[in-house]
Design a protein around this ligand. Structure first.
Ligand code: ADP
Length: 364
């Protein structure tokens, strides 16, 4: 036997309930009504009130009347119940059928359709959750496409340069020299950095990066990083300063990830600051410790500022490409801050300098 759908099942279960109700009503009515009627007649049958002669006809009349009224009420009741049951079944199954159709469309890559609201609260909640899921899937799909297009763009340039040089050398158009090999090595290094950054980005974005937060005092980390970066700075370059008290309030942080954040921010500050100072400054409010990396470098223009945390974004593509930047560092940094429950902000003035500031929750 073919399997009955939800609509059929609901409809037949309603019918069954109705049939049982009507049958028991008719049977009980049929058995008990004449008895009650007869006993009522017996009570009336007293002195001066003789029913003896018309009793049989009265009972017959009652039965005919009862049968007729039961027939019509069963007919009207059943029709109303069937109609109501059909309407109710329709209302419950319609959103489910719609969901099935939309799911199939989603699977085929058509993201345009969404569930319409339902006036049954549970089904409405299901429709809302379904729409949220569809929206987030659509977003993932959009990001995936953007990532692939960005990635192709980023990979194409170094690959074209490398292939160009190799072909020229193979054809004998240019003599292989140490500069050319250096150029080739630089481009392959860029590719390598791109792949490493991407791996890191995919880890932080997919949430697979384990974060082990525990209460720490960040001062010694800040001190050792400032020391380490100061040693790398050139004589005529900027100077690195730490503006923080040693007894900082404790924060809930993953020390390795926090180091990664600071290395990214300090690395950028050094890359984009020729002279002046780079200051690491701490402050705190009721819930967060804020760490700011303040530089006096080239700055970022107001129209570029909203994009700095986007992956692959660079203020000046050719210049940053020259300096080896991939535009992924700040995207990773932001995710690392967010994964620890903090926020990151940026303010900047062109040719004056930039301030990147991130927060970490205080360990209460
Ligand atoms: P990159 O690897 O290119 O440095 P990031 O994501 O770290 O990638 O930075 C993105 C872009 O933001 C950089 O290319 C640069 O244009 C800009 N930027 C980041 N930090 C600074 C800074 N301290 N001063 C000026 N510009 C900056």
């Amino acid at each position: 036997m073919a399997k009955m759908g939800l609509r059929g099942r609901l409809f037949f279960s309603h019918l069954l309930v109705m049939l049982i109700g009507v049958t028991s009503l008719v049977i009980i009515g049929k058995i008990s009504s004449p008895r009650f009627f007869v006993s009522r007649l017996e009570q009336l049958d007293g002195p001066g009130f003789r029913l003896q002669y018309i009793r049989t006809r009265l009972i017959e009349g009652f039965e005919i009347a009862w049968n007729r009224s039961t027939f019509w009420s069963v007919l009207a009741g059943t029709t109303a119940a069937v109609g109501l049951s059909y309407w109710l079944t329709q209302r419950i199954t319609q959103p489910l059928t719609q969901m099935d159709k939309i799911t199939q469309k989603l699977a085929e890559g058509d993201w345009s359709e969404r569930m319409s609201p339902s006036d049954i609260p549970e089904l409405n909640q299901l429709a809302i959750s379904f729409n949220q899921m569809a929206a987030s899937l659509q977003n993932v799909e959009k990001e995936r496409r953007e990532l692939i297009s960005d990635l192709t763009h980023e990979l194409r340039t170094p690959l074209t340069v490398v292939r160009g040089y190799l072909e020229e050398i193979a054809d004998g158009h240019i003599e292989p020299s140490s500069e050319i090999y250096q150029q080739l090595a630089k481009e392959t290094k860029r590719l390598e950095r791109l792949v490493n950054d991407l791996q890191e980005l995919s880890k932080v974005e997919s949430g697979y990066l384990p974060i082990h937060q525990k209460p720490v005092n960040l001062y010694s980390l800040l001190e050792s990083l400032v020391q380490r970066f100061s040693d790398q700075l050139l004589e005529d370059g900027p100077i690195l300063l730490l503006d923080s008290q040693p007894n900082l309030p404790w924060v809930l942080a993953d020390i390795d990830r926090t180091e990664q954040i600071l290395v990214n921010l300090l690395g950028n500050a050094i890359r984009y600051t020729e002279t002046g100072t780079i200051t690491v400054r701490t402050s705190h409010d009721f819930n967060f410790l804020w760490v700011a990396v303040i530089d006096t470098g080239i700055g970022i223009s107001p129209e570029d500022l909203p994009h700095v945390f986007e992956r692959f974004w660079r203020a000046d593509r050719s210049r940053s490409r020259h300096s080896g930047g991939t535009g992924i560092g700040l995207a990773i940094t932001r995710r690392l801050v967010e994964l620890q429950g903090g926020k990151i902000t940026v303010s900047s003035h062109l040719n004056k300098g930039s301030t990147f500031k991130f927060s970490l929750p205080l360990a209460l």
